[in-house]
Design a protein around this ligand. Structure first.
Ligand code: ADP
Ligand code: MG
Ligand code: ZN
Length: 637
């Protein structure tokens, strides 16, 4: 539901660009008129004759004067010369005589092409013909036009042509650079009515609650003004991508029935200096005209990054940020403009943005919990035709950690699958398959395991499942499969917690690590071999073990000493190690010890249940997947 490009510019002022086409027409007309004017100046009524005829005329003394030009020689006949001689030379009797109404008139002019003729001067002198080279009279107006107006015109035409070309290729890019402060209107979207309400946003009850108040500010400003309360200017929506921040902002506008201006922070920070700040100015000017309204700045961290933590500071961004700060201070709250911003990295924002009077409210939009996921699935389930056997509760239980966007995607995938299967409604199996598609990537048809690989993968996966089932603190198994997926896993075991968990105990963490390592353990027991299939398990297990030592304070060696601090927690950023190098080596030792111990546990668990391991694994080889109930049946002694 993100606004898409073509809709941009919707609310901007109409641009007043001079029309290239008009300019071209005017240019052509002017050139045409000038040409006619100039040629009519130059050309009298002239008749062309041969060079030989010209020489004959000269030798017969019929020529009065000659103008020797670059290409042509023009000659004026003597008025008193013998008409018959001239007629004879010019063979005028062959041609229509009417062409020469009265050539005895001394002004009658003929011309001939100029020929390389060294004797010409002598001949002319001999027959006393006056000859000269014409001096080109320069017309001041003409020369002004040709030396100034034309080049400018041509330059302009070229310029606008290039501008068009570039504007087509790079959007507002180059255009923005060349018309600094001119084309300011291309960077935001304006929707008169978003049509989104709070009902479209599910599972974000706390966030909605704090936003409902803002809706009231926009709708009944007088109520607050009367008592002297100032309307808050901005709120910051904080949370991981896909949790519905944009949706919530739209819902606030939709509920308050006010226009919604939206733009993305990264679009501000373009290469062209000065544009960002003037864009901010323009945006606020537009918003003031449409108040009450909402301005939504997505990815505000792109502009709002703290100003002092950069090595090479970005002037453009600072100017833009400063402009934003001063605009936020500038408009008075009577204008009823509400600024919402979204970010998933609140910790890097400039403190000036967060102080009271600016984005002083912070609305946390976190990943949905079990009931939240169920509500979101219900919202999106309404958009498709659901079969009777659909149990959204089960789906929401197996999608722990999924965001609203993931869930919306799953419902859509399920609908697509139903269509592929030639059904008119979405069934539970479509949804379950969609969950797997989104979680583990699409089922890969073309990757075929050879029988040996298949057995190895089966034992590996059953190893995970058994370890999980045999440990008290571990999570139950809902599905084991050895159908390869595109995301790299050759098979996987799905564990679903019985209830949403916010805390984990140390024994649960260790059980989780043991479960992760049990895949490899099963390979070792059955095949006395190790395969590459455990790399992802190892990575996860190590990460968990590391957190146990560095963040959860659960190791004997370091106790509750904090060794790492999390960074950008909403983007799964790598934690930053804060202790000394000596401790770092110690941490590695601790991690290695935890992993080794858990590996031992996994090995002994599986050895004790070797018969079950083989039985279930062989079953999996033939059936390729086992669901939770089947697994429990098989596990029974
Ligand atoms: P964000 O801005 O936080 O990255 P969006 O608001 O763009 O996420 O969400 C993307 C899509 O995911 C929405 O258009 C909507 O279809 C779906 N979605 C996300 N969160 C929710 C929610 N809480 N309720 C319903 N749909 C949601
Ligand atoms: Mg968004
Ligand atoms: Zn594994």
């Amino acid at each position: 539901m993100e606004p898409n490009q073509p809709k941009r510019n919707a609310g901007g002022p109409v641009e007043n660009k001079p029309n290239l086409f008009n300019f071209l027409i005017i240019g052509v007309v002017i050139t045409f008129a000038l040409n006619i004017f100039m040629s009519s100046l130059a050309a009298g009524s002239k008749t062309q004759i041969e060079y030989g005829q010209f020489i004959q005329l000269v030798e017969n003394g019929a020529v009065k004067q000659v103008q020797i030009g670059e290409e042509q020689i023009a000659l004026t006949l003597k008025g008193e010369s013998d008409e018959n001689v001239v007629r004879n030379i010019l063979r005028l009797d062959d041609v229509a005589t009417t062409k020469l109404p009265s050539f005895s008139n001394g002004n009658q002019v003929f011309y001939t092409g100029r020929v390389e003729d060294p004797l010409l001067t002598n001949r002319l002198l001999q027959h006393e013909v006056a000859f000269f080279r014409p001096i080109v009279q320069s017309n001041p107006i003409l020369s002004f036009i040709s030396s100034w107006v034309f080049p400018l015109l041509i330059f302009y035409v070229l310029y606008s042509f290039i501008m068009r070309k570039f504007a087509g290729n790079f959007g507002a890019g180059l255009g923005g650079m060349m018309n600094v402060g001119k084309s300011k209107a291309k960077f935001y979207d304006m929707e008169k009515n978003t049509g989104v309400t709070f009902n479209d946003v599910a599972g974000q009850d706390e966030a909605k609650e704090s936003l409902i108040e803002l809706v009231d500010f926009l709708q009944n400003p007088d109520k607050y003004r009367k008592i002297g309360a100032k309307q808050p200017k901005g709120a910051l929506l904080v949370g991981p991508p896909g949790t519905g921040k944009t949706l919530l902002a739209k819902a606030v506008a939709g509920e308050a029935k006010v226009p919604f201006f939206s733009l993305s922070g990264s679009e501000f920070v373009e290469m062209f200096v000065g544009v960002g700040a003037s864009r901010v100015r323009d945006l606020f000017a537009q918003a003031a005209k449409h108040s009450p309204c909402i301005i939504f700045i997505d990815e505000i961290d792109a502009i709002g990054k703290s100003r002092d933590n950069q090595m090479g500071s970005n002037d453009e961004r600072e100017q833009t940020l400063n402009q934003l700060l001063s605009e936020m201070d500038g408009f008075d709250s009577s204008k009823s403009i509400l600024i919402l911003a979204a970010t998933n990295r609140p910790e890097i924002l400039d403190k000036a943005l967060l102080r009271p009077g600016r984005f002083d409210r912070r609305v946390i939009v976190d990943k949905p919990d079990l009931s939240g996921r169920e509500a979101i699935l219900a919202v999106h389930g309404k958009k498709v035709t659901l079969g009777d056997n659909v149990d959204m509760k089960e789906i929401s239980r197996s999608t722990s950690g999924a965001t609203g966007a993931d869930l919306a995607n799953m419902v859509n995938e399920a609908a697509l699958r139903a269509v592929r299967m030639g059904r008119a409604e979405v069934l539970q199996e479509d949804l379950m398959e969609a969950v797997e598609v989104v979680i583990a990537g699409k089922e890969k048809k073309d990757r075929i395991l050879n029988p040996k690989e298949k057995r190895m993968v089966a034992f590996h996966e059953v190893g995970h499942a058994l370890a999980s089932a045999l440990q008290k603190s571990a999570q139950p198994v809902t599905k084991i499969t050895i159908v390869p997926r595109t995301m790299g896993a050759l098979g996987y075991t799905m564990n679903v917690p019985e209830e949403e968990r916010y805390l984990m105990t140390k024994s649960e963490l260790l059980a989780r690590i043991t479960t992760l390592l049990a895949g490899r353990a099963a390979e070792e027991i059955e095949f006395s071999e190790e395969s590459t299939g455990a790399s992802n398990d190892i990575e996860q297990a190590t990460k968990l073990a590391r957190s146990i030592v560095t963040q959860y304070g659960m190791s004997d060696k370091f106790g509750m000493m904090g060794l790492e601090s999390p960074s950008s927690q909403y983007l799964d950023g790598r934690p930053v190690f804060t202790a000394s190098d000596v401790s770092s080596a110690g941490v590695d030792e601790e991690i290695s010890r935890i992993i080794r111990e858990c590996h031992e546990t996994a090995l002994s668990l599986l050895r004790e249940n070797r018969a079950k391991l083989t039985e279930i694994a062989e079953y999996l080889v033939t059936h390729e997947s086992i669901n939770g109930t089947q697994f429990m049946e098989l596990l029974k002694p």
